[in-house]
Each structure stands twice: as structure tokens, then as C-alpha cells.
Design a protein around this ligand. Structure first.
Ligand code: 13P
Length: 252
């Protein structure tokens, strides 16, 4: 049985003060609750502040991006080792805002995933189709390519440190959530693809989060689907009460 995993992607929102307050409220409300995995992914500058707020708590810390090199003359970039050092357990790789807003390719994302895993981070690897791709019935083809190329060279042992997030781009920040049928079909396709790339055991083990306009009122329906193992939450993760309602929906 895969545990549910709800992660908040704060994107480029919050201040040092609001980040600390939000993390503290979430962590205090969760206490040591082990029924669901919870992580928050603040902007880089607040990772240290939030790491302190989460110290000794069950809520985990993630970053939203990383470079693939250990160190070097890469102005403005942050390495996986630095993320580990500041207390991150997870890093989001391949978010659609990186793919489509910053031109990150499958090959680049593959390098990032490998580097993050080598540094001891766990990876939340995002995949998902554009609206035009869905309308052209290319969803499975897009997911297939993103998974084949993005996960290339990762071993089944490494896949134990990878969480996938299915985030249909047309559902992100739009309020247009995927229907349960659309979400379940995409998640089942992704799990089937993992079985092909690896084996049935790996496919059964990997958590697949859904992301895209997850709110308190649709979270329970999505997370009760057989292949939906949690949520990657954007907007609703910025308000403690909304995020905690989604976490509670994951507990069921
Ligand atoms: P929203 O929940 O704001 O649609 O964002 C989803 C997302 O991109 C999470 O990574």
C-alpha cells in the first residue's frame, strides 16, 4: 500500500515571515501524524528559515529546482548538495513552469534528476501535457516521451527515491481540474509505463501525485482514485487551512 504524499509547491510566493508562519502552522497541525507524508517546497531564500521551523517535525522540506553540477561558475544556480546541506529531502524537477517557461528539456531534466539522486535527495519528477496536446489526443505520447527520456538511466533502486507528479498543464493555476476519469487514466498509463521501463514491483511502489488546481473540495475525490497517491498543490498550499484540508482529505 503506497502512503499518500501531499506536497505544497509555493512557487515564487511568500516572504521570509509568511513562509516561516505557514511552515510552522502546517507542522504544528500535523504534529507527528504518520498517516500521510507532507512536504513544503518554499522558494530558495527561505529554505533555511523553513528548515528551522520544521526541525524535529514530520513535515518534510523540498526545493523547487536545482542545477545538475555539484558546484562551479554557474551564477544564480543552486546545486543538489547545497539543498541537502540546508535540510531538503526532496527537490521538484521538471515542473511545467520550468519546461515551458524556461525551456528545460527532457535531457536536462534527466541530468538534474540523476544529480539530485546522487546527492541523496529524493525527486518529485513532474510530467504532463499541454491543452493542445490533450486536444490532439497526444497525452499518452507526451507522457511516454517525458518518462522515457526524463528517467533514462535511472535504476529501479533509484526509482525508490522518485515520486512522479502528473500535472496536466491546462489544469495548473486555471481552476480547471482534471476529471477523476482523466486523472485515473493518466496515472494508470504512467504506472503501466513504469512497469514497462522497470518491473511490476517498481511500478507498484512509486507514488504518483496529481497536480493542477487541487483544492479542499476536489482533493478527496482525486486521492481516492486507485492510482492517485497524493497531490502536488500550488495555490492552495499558500493558505494553511486550505493546505491542511487537502492533507486531511488524503488521510480520508
Ligand atoms: P495549482 O495548484 O495552483 O494549480 O498549481 C499546481 C502546481 O503547479 C503544483 O506544482
Amino acid at each position: 500500500m503506497r502512503p499518500k504524499f501531499v506536497a505544497g509547491n509555493w512557487k515564487m510566493y511568500t516572504s521570509a515571515g509568511t513562509a516561516k508562519a505557514l511552515a510552522t502552522t502546517v507542522a504544528m497541525s500535523m504534529k507527528g501524524d504518520k498517516r500521510v507524508m507532507v512536504a513544503v517546497c518554499p522558494p530558495f531564500p527561505w529554505l533555511g528559515v523553513v528548515a528551522s521551523a520544521l526541525d524535529g517535525m514530520s513535515v518534510m522540506l523540498g526545493a523547487q529546482n536545482c542545477h545538475f553540477e555539484k558546484e562551479g561558475a554557474y551564477t544564480g544556480e543552486v546545486s543538489p548538495a547545497m539543498l541537502r546541506d540546508v535540510g531538503c529531502q526532496y527537490v521538484i524537477i521538471g515542473h511545467s513552469e520550468r519546461r515551458h517557461g524556461f525551456g528545460e528539456t527532457d535531457d536536462l531534466l534527466n541530468k538534474k534528476a540523476k544529480a539530485a539522486l546522487a546527492a541523496g535527495l529524493k525527486v518529485i519528477f513532474c510530467v504532463g501535457e499541454l491543452l493542445a496536446e490533450r486536444e490532439a489526443n497526444q497525452t499518452e505520447q507526451v507522457l511516454d516521451t517525458q518518462l522515457t527520456n526524463g528517467l533514462a538511466g535511472l535504476t529501479s533502486a533509484q526509482m525508490h527515491s522518485v515520486v512522479l507528479a502528473y500535472e496536466p498543464v491546462w489544469a495548473i493555476g486555471t481552476g480547471k481540474v482534471a476529471t477523476p476519469e482523466q486523472a485515473q487514466a493518466a496515472h494508470a498509463f504512467i504506472r503501466g509505463k513504469l512497469a514497462g521501463l522497470y518491473d511490476a514491483g517498481t511500478a507498484a511502489h512509486v507514488q504518483i501525485q496529481y497536480g493542477g488546481s487541487v483544492k479542499a473540495d476536489n482533493a478527496a475525490g482525486l486521492m481516492s482514485l486507485p492510482d492517485v497517491d497524493g497531490a502536488l498543490v500550488g495555490g492552495a498550499s499558500l493558505k494553511a487551512d486550505q493546505f491542511l484540508a487537502i492533507v486531511n482529505a488524503a488521510i480520508g
